[in-house]
Design a protein around this ligand. Structure first.
Ligand code: CO
Length: 362
């Protein structure tokens, strides 16, 4: 491992930058400008371009042009879209992707106007003082919530370039916790983007890689893996890995048999989720490399979640696939919590997968 390139501090810095960008599905331009700039200024790929959906696709040529490994991470995040503007300037909204609606009320939000200006807001509904005891027992529907950004009329909202279709997301600042943990928004899946960028840096530094490595920083995963469909078609891989965040439920009230993964136990390898059964030979190659390099790993319990690999493995004539994830608590809430050591070990594992000749024939 070339430690001068890969260190926890630089991984953390990049995570903070990626996490604070806003890129709700279909409106990922800030994230893809940032990533494209990283790749171009540091010359991290032989070829990089943005496709018509907004995916950033990149190629790092190996000696062998026929073995083509795709690494996919999605750049979008879940959020909301403005659906109606009230006369007094309050904003009604619909959700883009799967938030836990029980936790929305009272949350701080961040919204990006159509000219890119950032507004902070609060999700409100009818105040508790004005609701009956019966009403308070029921969950508030999203259609009865609104966003208050301090603008006081429909005209003022329009003058600030906020309209039906404007997007935003829940606000949560990046912070460090004890025991090498960090919290922030959109770790799903800016963490995967971080892994891909770190892998590109390692590839640049070392010319002994044999296989050609393809990258898709994919749009619109949270609404059905749409960027993965077009990106995979264009890159035409022979095998693929989706790099993700996955739900660690190592918290009170969860039986061990129900918990998919733990934080702190290393990258999680998927055997099956709701969108795909991982190819056994790909998993064999991941595990063999983990053992060669002494990297901790865990097997994620089936069948939780779904990823871009659900689309990738049925692309063209079929692409043998698996998923490697950084375990993360509180995914799809305003904030996520992960351990930097798990992120570091995920990068090491993907690096080993590409570098080592532990190629198990497909
Ligand atoms: Co994800």
């Amino acid at each position: 491992m070339r430690s001068e390139t890969l260190n926890i501090e630089s991984i953390k810095d990049l995570q903070e930058k990626l996490s604070s960008l806003i890129g709700v599905s279909g409106h990922e331009e800030d994230v893809n400008n940032f990533i494209l700039n990283e790749i171009e200024t540091q010359e991290l790929a032989d070829n990089v371009w943005i496709d018509s959906l907004g995916n950033i696709l990149a190629i790092k040529e190996g000696n062998n042009k026929d073995n083509r490994i795709l690494l996919d991470a999605h750049i979008d995040e879940i959020g909301f879209m403005i659906s109606h503007i009230e006369k007094k300037g309050f904003l009604r909204f619909v959700l883009i992707g799967g938030f836990d609606t029980r936790i929305l009320l009272g949350q701080s939000v961040i919204l990006k106007s159509n000219t890119g200006k950032i507004f902070h807001g609060i999700i409100g509904s009818k105040p508790p003082h004005l609701t009956s005891l019966e009403e308070r027992k029921k969950q508030v529907e999203v259609s009865n919530m609104y966003i208050d950004i301090g603008l006081v009329s429909e005209e003022q909202v329009q003058d600030n370039n906020i309209s039906i279709g404007t997007t935003g997301t829940l606000y949560s600042p990046f912070e460090e916790f004890p025991n090498g943990m960090i919290r922030g928004k959109a770790f799903d899946d800016r963490t995967g983007c971080n892994v891909l960028l770190q892998i590109m840096k390692l590839l640049k530094e070392n010319e002994q890689y044999n296989d050609t490595v393809l990258f898709n920083f994919a749009v619109q995963e949270e609404i059905g893996g749409r960027g993965a469909v077009t990106g995979t078609y264009a890159l035409n891989p022979t095998i693929a890995l989706a790099i993700e965040n996955t739900t660690a439920a190592d918290v009170p009230g969860i039986r061990e048999s129900e918990n998919p993964v733990d934080i702190g136990k290393g990258p999680a390898i998927t055997v099956a989720d709701r969108s795909m059964i991982s190819h056994p030979k790909i998993n064999k190659r991941i595990i063999k490399n983990a053992e060669i390099e002494n990297i901790p790993y865990q097997i994620k319990k089936p069948l939780y979640g779904g990823t871009d690999a659900g689309k990738i493995h049925i692309s063209r004539r079929g692409v043998p696939c698996s998923v490697v994830s950084v375990p993360c608590r509180y995914i799809h809430s305003p904030t996520s919590l992960l351990k930097l050591q798990d992120l570091y070990n995920t990068i090491r594992l993907i690096d080993a997968f590409i570098k080592n000749p532990a190629g198990i024939k497909i």
